[in-house]
Design a protein around this ligand. Structure first.
Ligand code: 13P
Length: 252
């Protein structure tokens, strides 16, 4: 059975002390919460990953990275490799976030290299994708999403999907307070599963967790998560507040 997942993408937020405090507060908020078939994930910045791993040592919160470079090593000033992440105990990396695509020019070609490098280094991938507002307004959103999946993931062998989590994040819903309705999320997630089933097979399509991201808050999480093809969320702003994030975890 595929897992439910609630993941907090902290983006470029939280100093070292704020990281420690937020993790401490989260542990308190989540104490006694029974996580049935559910993973709770946080993605702090690179510089705070080790401290976050230390801070979550004896509980179920997993720490993942927000990004990585595709090269093994070399003259890439300022970059971080898959091996570096593995060496400190990171097991999963977020790739393809729309902010990386928009502000750092990450193309499908670059993302293909990143996904390949992550999997080759035994890192699981949370692969993000989603349409822009104009794509939805022109009713092109299904085509865009299909192309994003096809261009980056569809050369991978079937067994690679054991190590991939999908995160559908419509760009117009990120950080805007505008969320896709639960029905819009379900409609797209079901389309994604159908696309996976056609390209691979039904069993694979049923086994992949598909998260929704984009202004998930305590007041809308339960409705979004109630949809059959929504297996959890990738949370931005609300993951920076222990009470809000834990309320979203409890809504799964
Ligand atoms: P918000 O929850 O702030 O809209 O961000 C979503 C997101 O980008 C998670 O990766």
């Amino acid at each position: 059975m595929r897992k439910n997942i609630v993941a907090g993408n902290w983006k470029m937020n939280n100093s070292l002390n704020q990281t420690k405090t937020l993790i401490g507060d989260l542990i308190v908020e989540l104490k006694g919460v029974e996580l049935v078939n559910t993973r709770v994930i946080i993605a702090p910045s690179f510089v705070n990953l080790q401290e976050a791993i230390k801070g979550t040592e004896n509980n179920e919160i997993e720490v993942v990275a927000q990004n990585m470079h595709y090269a093994e090593n070399g003259a890439y000033t300022g970059e971080v490799s898959a091996e570096m992440l593995s060496s400190i105990g990171i097991k999963t990396v977020i790739l393809g976030h729309s902010e990386r695509r928009a502000y750092f020019n990450e193309t499908d070609e670059i993302l293909t290299q990143k996904v390949t490098a992550a999997l080759a280094n035994n890192l699981d991938v949370i692969f993000c994708f989603g349409e822009q507002l104009e794509d939805r307004e022109s009713e092109n959103h299904f085509n865009i999403v299909e192309a994003q999946l096809k261009n980056v993931l569809f050369e991978l062998p079937t067994n690679a999907f054991k190590n991939i989590i999908l995160a559908y994040e419509p760009v117009w819903a990120i950080g805007t307070g505008k969320t896709a309705s639960a029905d819009q999320a379900q409609e797209m997630h079901s389309f994604i599963r159908k696309t996976l089933s056609e390209k691979y097979n039904a069993e694979l399509a049923e086994s992949v967790s598909i998260l929704y991201g984009g202004s998930v808050k305590p007041n809308n999480a339960e409705e979004i998560f109630s949809k059959p093809d929504v297996d959890g969320g990738l949370i931005g702003g609300a993951s920076l507040k222990a009470k809000d994030f834990s309320a979203i975890v409890k809504a799964i």
